[in-house]
Unconditional design. Structure first.
Length: 321
């Protein structure tokens, strides 16, 4: 029978069966980002309510843009939080390849919503440029304070998500990181717009709100394009980069004398994980212990050098001529 060089799956399932009530063991590497996702969800919920109030009291187009982004960010945080909760759910324990596709679908959905929002903003901006509207109302002062406070909070979440992205990259974390970045920039633009509107009373001030909304729309377009492009690419299984393939080749060459035949090497990316399958033929006269030693060395070496890699080595008996 073929030898599987990937004992992680079996050990993980045994741990699940032995845990109380059959629940999945704690996924410590996701605990922090799950908490960050929940904080972002609550923060965005409050931001969304505040944006609705300011839009209703100031007639500000830049706040309409902020409202659109807050809605998208709320959807993104909700999807992210649900995804991390599903990863901890027992009924997904048999999905050995994880939920990478769900993460990519969520990113694609958010990117498409961004495109729709930008199209709506563009239509309103054209009307506002033709007929400028002066901002007024009690919401101006509230919006100034609102954007300053939430700008600082979102900047903090932006920094924290960047740290998580460095430690454990994945599509859903990348989506959150970019949305927090966009939200922080939007809050800064809103703050400056309201500040200029309150301080100056010149005719050109009437155009500041519309121009600011166009700037925000530009950031949303850039973010949407990147989300859609990467989500579509990752939804289709593709091989790893050439540099990582070279790493695999180097390890195969290192153990060249240990095996008799290289049958096949397959690799693919799923979310933030890399899956590598190596099929080798060994001299039929070798013992199981000798073969397993090579399998373990090859697997461990690749998983150390390639981040987030899960390597499977399948061995067969080779009868030479």
């Amino acid at each position: 029978m073929p030898l599987q060089g990937d004992p992680f799956t079996l050990r993980h399932k045994v741990a699940i069966l032995r845990s109380p009530f059959g629940q999945r063991p704690a996924m410590t590497k996701n605990d922090d980002i799950e908490k960050l996702s929940m904080i972002g969800l609550l923060l965005t919920g409050f931001s969304l309510l505040g944006s609705v109030y300011i839009v209703a009291t100031t007639n500000s187009l830049v706040m309409v843009a902020d409202l659109c982004n807050s809605t998208l960010e709320f959807a993104a945080d909700l999807l992210a939080y649900i995804t991390f909760r599903l990863l901890r759910s027992n009924r997904f324990a048999l999905l050995d390849y994880g939920l990478g596709k769900i993460e990519n679908v969520a990113s694609l959905f958010i990117g498409l919503l961004m495109v729709v929002s930008v199209m709506l903003l563009g239509f309103i901006a054209v009307q506002r440029l033709a007929e400028p509207v002066e901002l007024a109302g009690t919401g101006l002062g509230t919006g100034l304070v609102f954007s300053a406070v939430f700008g600082l909070l979102n900047a903090r979440l932006w920094w924290q998500s960047a740290q998580h992205l460095k430690r454990d990259p994945s599509p859903i974390v990348d989506t959150q990181h970019r949305l927090f970045a966009t939200k922080s920039i939007m809050d800064l633009v809103v703050f400056l717009t309201f500040l200029v509107t309150l301080l100056f009373k010149f005719d050109w001030v009437r155009y500041v709100d519309t121009v600011a909304s166009v700037v925000i729309g530009g950031f949303m377009v850039a973010a949407a394009w990147r989300l859609i492009r990467h989500a579509l690419r990752d939804l289709v299984d593709h091989t790893i980069s050439e540099s990582l393939q070279m790493v695999i080749n180097q390890h195969l060459v290192k153990h060249f004398e240990a095996y008799a035949m290289l049958d096949q090497v397959r690799s693919r990316c799923s979310g933030g994980d890399i899956f590598v399958e190596i099929f080798l033929g060994f001299d039929a006269r070798k013992s199981i212990g000798e073969i397993q030693h090579v399998v373990d060395a090859l697997k461990q070496g690749l998983e150390i050098e390639i981040r987030n890699a899960r390597v499977t080595v399948v061995a067969r008996a080779h009868h030479g001529q």
